[in-house]
Structure formats: structure tokens, C-alpha cells
Design a binder for this molecule. Sequence first.
Ligand SMILES: NC(=O)c1ccc[n+]([C@@H]2O[C@H](COP(=O)([O-])OP(=O)(O)OC[C@H]3O[C@@H](n4cnc5c(N)ncnc54)[C@H](OP(=O)(O)O)[C@@H]3O)[C@@H](O)[C@H]2O)c1
Length: 288
Amino acid sequence: MEYKILTGNFKIPVIGLGTFKIGGSSTEPDFSEDKESIQAIKDAIALWYSHIDTAELYGATHTEELIGEAIKDFERSKLIITSKVYKTHLHYDDVITSCKKSLERLQTAYIDIYLIHAPNPEIPLQETMEALDFLLEQGFIKHIGVSNFSVEQMKEAQKYSKYKIAVNQIPYNLSARNEDYKGGGCSDMESEIIPYCQENDILVMAYRPIERGFLLQSHPLLDTLSVKYGKTKAQIAIQRLISKKNIVTICKATQTAHIKENLGAMWWTLDNEDIEALDATQFGTPNT
Ligand SMILES: NC(=O)c1ccc[n+]([C@@H]2O[C@H](COP(=O)([O-])OP(=O)(O)OC[C@H]3O[C@@H](n4cnc5c(N)ncnc54)[C@H](OP(=O)(O)O)[C@@H]3O)[C@@H](O)[C@H]2O)c1
């Protein structure tokens, strides 16, 4: 199954393209590889990818500019763009300003899925949700979502919006399950957030599917499964995510070999006994 349903008949591919660090860090843009970055995104779209995940934060806004250049040559209606408003921009007017600036940089009339990048207890969620409702009603965004939200935060957000919260984007992978190991506030994913999303028809968009390369290191189970299926460890880690109900993922890759390899996580399945073994195994966590 290469797609999952987001809402109604809006389908989303199980694998999307992440773009964090393309075009710079969160604090500083890097213009030195613009041509290569634009080409990498275009190549990914031409190959298969139609969902691109970004944020105003990425490349200190430059990533959205690169995506805007890359998507110009493609039919917009065939693409799904997810972007995010940063947690310091959650006051009503700031949300609207952020979204309009993202639209300009992306050179598009609408964003398919617009997320609150992370909760911010300093800013009343009600005004953020009302601003998202306004953006949706005006056609600037097609779906409302959140990222790094707990169940309680999702419930609160839903209370303030007239529209369904369609997505929660969380750092879920074989290594990151329940613990809040980075202190980012997103814990209890497997025990609480994912079951709640599955029961309430909220799409889980799992980010960092290979934990930024950590899951590619030597590990007895992944090494064995890699040989058994003739698949790479990246493909096994991604397949385990996308085989779950209501879960899609976003893999960041700029190298053509990685872009292609990650697509090889689709069109095959793991045997039940191997799924059980993966689910029962602790993979540890990276130091950083
Ligand atoms: N909502 C949030 O708070 C949040 C936070 C973090 C990330 N995200 C989103 O999630 C996306 C994915 O997360 P991420 O970028 O942090 O981590 P990731 O996708 O787990 O890992 C990306 C890294 O792995 C490399 N890579 C990709 N495929 C590979 C393969 N098959 N073999 C070997 N290396 C491979 C990439 O290299 P190359 O680029 O050199 O190909 C890149 O260095 C982000 O890009 C972003 O869009 C969201």
C-alpha cells in the first residue's frame, strides 16, 4: 500500500521527502549548494516523491525558497506540501503572517498541510487554532495539523478548532518510541499518542525514520533481517513504520542513492515473527 487516507479521498504517500538542513541550519541559511538542492528535490519528485515536508524554521526560511524553485516545473495539484509555523509565531496575527510568507517563498497559493511545529505553553492555543481556522477558510491551507503534541495537547487544540486536526508529526522510529530522550516534550508515542491517533483518525507523520543514520549502525537483529530480506537497514526501519495503521513517514535524503533506496522500503512486507522481534527489541538511542 503506497498511500494512506488523510481525510475523505485525500490520499498521502506513505513516504515523503524531509528537507531539514537543506539550505542551511535553523539559524542560518546556506546558499552554497542551492543548485544541487533544487535539483535533488526535482529529481525526487520526478522519481516518485509527491509529498514534501518543510517548515519556516528550516534553513532559517531558505529551505522553503528552494522548494518553491524546485516545484515550479511540476503540476501543483499532484504535489502535497506540508509546512509548519514555528512555536514563537503562534499568536493569531503571527500565524497568519508566517503562513503568507511561507506561501510566497514556496511560490504557491496554498499549503496542503499546515502544522504547529511544536507546542508553546506561553501562547494561548485558542488564538493559534482560530488563526489556523481562518487560514483554512480563506483557502491558504487545506488541512490543519500539529507536531510534537501529546494527547492532552491534541485534545485541547481540537477543542478550539472547527476543523479536524488531521495530522500529528512526531519523532517516531524503531529507536524512539516512548521515552522523551531529547527532552523535546514528545514522549509516550507508542503507548499513548499513536493509539489515540489511530482511534481518532488522525494521521501520524513519523519523522526521523532512520534516526538520522543511527539505525543504520550494526545491530544484530537489523543485520540478520537485512540478509534475510535482501533489504538495507534503512528500508527495514522505514517498512516497519509504514506497515502500521495510520502512519506515514518523511525521510530526508539529498543523495540520489538514498532517495532511491528509501523508496525500496515499499512494495514488500516483513513476516509477522520479524515484526514481533522488531517491536520487542530495544535499539538504544544516539548520544546527540
Ligand atoms: N516536526 C519536527 O519537529 C521535525 C523535527 C525533525 C525533522 N522533521 C522532518 O523529518 C524529516 C526527517 O528527519 P531528519 O532529516 O531529521 O532525519 P532522517 O530522515 O532520519 O535522516 C536524514 C539523514 O539520513 C541520511 N539518509 C537518508 N536516507 C539514507 C539511506 N538510505 N542510507 C544512508 N543514509 C541515509 C540523509 O543523508 P543525505 O541527505 O546525504 O542523503 C540525512 O543525513 C526532516 O528532514 C524534516 O522534514 C520534523
